[in-house]
Design a protein around this ligand. Structure first.
Ligand SMILES: NC(=O)c1ccc[n+]([C@@H]2O[C@H](COP(=O)([O-])OP(=O)(O)OC[C@H]3O[C@@H](n4cnc5c(N)ncnc54)[C@H](OP(=O)(O)O)[C@@H]3O)[C@@H](O)[C@H]2O)c1
Length: 252
């Protein structure tokens, strides 16, 4: 059974991607940070379908823990799947929220950098030796990287995600000799707990954001999870180095 590792699989888009991948026959390893129950829900659901799944803790802000995390992934692959490699890495975890230039602190900048840019670089470095040749890496970026997707307050967040779009292209080139594809998925506003439940805490932002999609609604986690799962599978075998918009025509 092919296995997918979903970084940030305990909620929102990552949880939806994990469920979609499992429906397509992947075993899944999901990571969580503050919400182990969200990861446990994935494991329970996937096991009910007769497939295997596991959940592991990970804090992307702490790169010094990545080698030990890679060791845990190696152990779980061996114990649960009797395997030494996995086929798909979904690097989805992220934090964010609107902070104008006058508000952002150096501490907040450092956190965004560690989670959104440094984490993807060094976690990919730690895990890629275990990724099977012919595998697929998918990062989650954001429409905040596009001129049309700009909303005030997302300068640093958007810059980090823009960096991830660039990393995607370089890593696609570097990993191509092993047949590994590297792509990213760029969601627009999607109804998740993102930003410490920002859409719940500030319901007044929902309608104006929904109007910016040609379909007049926010994305749902599985709208984006399905695109991630597509990029994991054979149907997308000729796509690499691309940032795929999954925003319902945001600001089109
Ligand atoms: N929702 C949107 O409107 C939107 C739009 C564009 C892009 N995105 C991007 O989509 C991705 C998924 O976000 P989401 O909307 O699904 O948000 P979410 O519901 O808040 O889920 C975020 C996921 O990331 C994990 N995570 C957060 N901080 C982490 C850390 N320091 N270390 C490890 N894991 C961490 C969370 O784990 P725990 O819950 O267990 O802590 C959770 O699994 C992010 O990269 C985000 O930037 C979201």
């Amino acid at each position: 059974m092919p296995v997918a590792v979903i970084i940030g699989g305990s909620a929102g888009i990552g949880q939806a991607a994990a469920m979609d991948l499992a429906r397509r026959g992947f075993g899944v390893i999901v990571t969580y940070r503050r919400h182990p129950e969200g990861a446990a829900d994935v494991v329970t659901a996937v096991e009910e379908w007769g497939l295997r799944a596991a959940a592991l803790p990970l804090d992307l802000a702490d790169a010094s823990a990545f080698p030990a995390f890679a060791d845990r992934v190696r152990e779980v692959l061996s114990e649960v799947w009797d395997a030494g490699a996995f086929e798909v890495l979904v690097h989805n975890a992220g934090v964010g929220g609107a902070e104008m230039l006058g508000e952002i602190t150096q501490e907040r900048y450092e956190l965004l950098h560690r989670v959104l840019l440094k984490g993807p670089v060094f976690l990919t470095q730690a895990l890629v030796p275990m990724l099977a040749d012919g595998g697929s890496v998918i990062y989650t970026t954001s429409t905040s990287t596009n001129a049309a997707g700009i909303s005030p307050g997302y300068a640093v967040y958007g810059a980090m995600k823009g960096g991830l779009v660039v990393l995607t292209r370089y890593f696609a080139k570097e990993l191509a000799p092993r047949g590994i594809r590297v792509n990213s998925v760029s969601p627009g506003p999607t109804r998740t707990r993102f930003g410490d439940d920002a859409y719940e805490r500030f319901p007044e932002v929902v309608a104006p954001l929904a109007e910016r999609s040609v379909f007049g609604r926010l994305g749902e986690p599985d709208d984006v999870g399905a695109v991630i799962a597509f990029l994991a599978g054979r149907e997308s075998r000729w796509i690499t180095g691309q940032d795929i918009d999954a925003s319902g025509g945001y600001d089109l």
